[in-house]
Design a protein around this ligand. Structure first.
Ligand code: SAM
Length: 262
């Protein structure tokens, strides 16, 4: 691996710390009833420990230069396939439909330049039961942000409406080859069904608009909606149109979207 020409443009920072790899594997709780998806296996540092625990694993890797290395590292396993393609261009739902396992988990050290598009695509397309991923710490803090905090954003609400998100542990930049410019964190997302969102498109559009201009309040950002109705819902929950989206809890966004969809 020392001689490998790492491509920064592909987010190639490979894990080089067995202790961290073991912590990710433990947190993921993979068993033989689990179909595992890994995006960006790199040289297989994580895959070589997760595949033997899984029922089956599908790996997506964009860089075909890793083919021989991966096949060699994983040669003792027969319960996996590697799809050499950009995961964002791949029909993941179609790939997993060939298999029938009780649970679908995503376990990965994600390429940082496309962390959010990958997580969003995977959730929209296959709605996995659990996701354990290493991402940039700054993004981790946004995804796990508490309502009212500066980091609380549209993506916090979008993911939190379907998943319980936890920051599990920080990972120093020194645990990678080559070392990235930022520290990382491992997060877990576990599916919940706390909210019954009647019209998902309306909910997605509403939160996108609500957070559109960070400094503007709901009255300004939600101009295109029935503001009387929204005000009524906000008021009975002790909020108002002068509040900004960052103080509105997920449950209240769901309540507003559901009432607007009636
Ligand atoms: N899992 C390995 C590890 O932990 O050592 C490598 C992780 S590295 C942060 C990210 C990996 O994602 C690289 O192997 C890179 O080639 C791959 N990758 C980057 N963009 C990708 C894409 N669009 N689709 C699939 N894989 C991608």
């Amino acid at each position: 691996m020392i001689n490998f020409d790492f491509k920064k443009s592909l987010g190639q920072n490979f894990l080089n710390d067995e202790n961290i790899i073991d912590k990710i594997v433990k947190a993921s709780e993979i068993d033989k009833d689990t179909l595992v998806i890994e995006i960006g296996p790199g040289a297989g540092a994580l895959s070589k420990k997760t595949i033997p625990l899984s029922g089956y694993t599908i790996l997506y890797e964009i860089d075909t230069r890793l083919k021989d290395i991966l096949e060699d590292v994983l040669k003792e396993n027969d319960n996996y396939e590697i799809i050499f393609n950009d995961v964002l261009k791949q029909n993941v739902a179609e790939d997993i439909n060939k298999y029938s396992f009780k649970k679908i988990y995503v376990v990965a050290n994600l390429p940082y330049y496309i962390t959010t598009p990958i997580i969003s695509k995977i959730i929209d397309e296959i709605s996995p039961d659990k996701i354990v991923v290493m991402i940039q710490e700054e993004v981790a803090d946004r995804l796990c942000a508490q309502v009212g905090s500066r980091e609380y954003a549209m993506i916090t609400v979008a993911l939190g409406s379907q998943y319980d998100i936890k920051k599990l542990f920080r990972v120093s930049r020194n645990c990678f080859i080559p070392a990235p410019n930022v520290d990382s964190a491992v997060i877990s997302l576990e599916k919940h069904d706390r909210y019954n969102i009647i019209d998902k498109n309306l909910f997605d559009k509403l939160i996108k608009e609500a957070f559109k201009f960070k400094r503007k309040n709901l009255r300004n950002n939600l101009k295109g909606y029935d503001l009387n109705k929204i005000e009524e819902i906000l008021t009975r929950n002790n909020y108002g149109l002068n509040d900004r989206a960052e103080v509105i809890p997920i449950s209240l966004f769901v309540e507003i979207a559901n009432e607007l969809s009636k």
